[in-house]
Design a protein around this ligand. Sequence first.
Ligand code: SF4
Length: 372
Amino acid sequence: MTDAGDGAPTVGGWPLPDREFPFELRVCRWAEACWPPGETLPDDRTVVVARQLGIRDRRWDTLVLECDRAKFAQRAVFGERALDSDLLHVVRHAPADWAWYRDALPDPGYPWQYVREAVHQAADRGLIEKRKRGNRIELRRRWRYPEWVERVVAIENKPDLDASAARALADQLERDVALGLADEVWVATRATGDGNGDAGDGGRGVEPSLLERLPVEAGILAVHEGDGPGGLAVDPVWHPRSLAVDRPGTRILDRPVGGDHDHSAARFEYADPAWKAAKRREISERAYERGWRGYRDHVRTDCRQFRLADPGATLPACAAKGRCVTARECSGSCPEFEPEPPAWRTQGWPIDGGPGAGAMRLLARQRDRQRE
Ligand code: SF4
């Protein structure tokens, strides 16, 4: 991490847009290398980091999965692609010996024809074995599916979290705490130097009102420029409480704003532990497939202006704009898009692509390394 001279932070000499996207990528990069904050991960654990994942009505910015290292390795035999809820139902309950799928698998709570389709799909992907006996489809497992995720940690990235933004975020975090789908929730925000961080952090901290507004169960990370991964140094200002993921949670559906004009009642429903466990598994599977570098599927690495700001931080940068860019900017609708000249693909570059393809391969290699 360097400074452009005018005080603006840069990565690899490229100014950063002052938005959540680069902040989020850098937090992901930091978490991949340094999780958990202020502590050391036990040798028998590893982490998987992903971004923009969650359930239908809640998407977290950054997810850190703390995994059992041995079980994580066992998960690899099921391939790089995520197993969705239907496939998980088949793979997790497939028997050791041949059996009719309706005898072997628990009642799914939806029509069996969908289970039969999932059995075919699982067999096509090599996840189970399948055979036909008369008009019955039988299956047996190839491998036991491991429960490879120990803890799910959610981080909201809010680089510029002032008191009013904290109010809005507090409501969201209170819902997260009530539901208890993640083991921990954190907020990562830019350090302000208010001096409420851990001792020995050089006085870095966050705006004091954040400590009052955010629920005490949520942790707060003060993020500042440094020489750590992603060009960051991160101090835990407030440690979160572990949430009861294996107990029933409360989903807040509607919440009155209060005051003279709103006398409506709050609406909520319970989330049972089995539902929460299933959702945690599905989210973890999607995180396993996507990691946090999934933006590579959206940015125009095939544009002659595309650059990787820094192979370590892997932030997308644009030579035309002279700075790091967001995935939204660097999209198919960018008016400055220029295709790579065909000659780039043959002169000194591998036959299967030019610099853009090289950037894609680098991002893919880094994602694969995360799965090892
Ligand atoms: S010109 Fe547009 S498409 Fe090309 S790298 Fe820059 S932002 Fe991306």
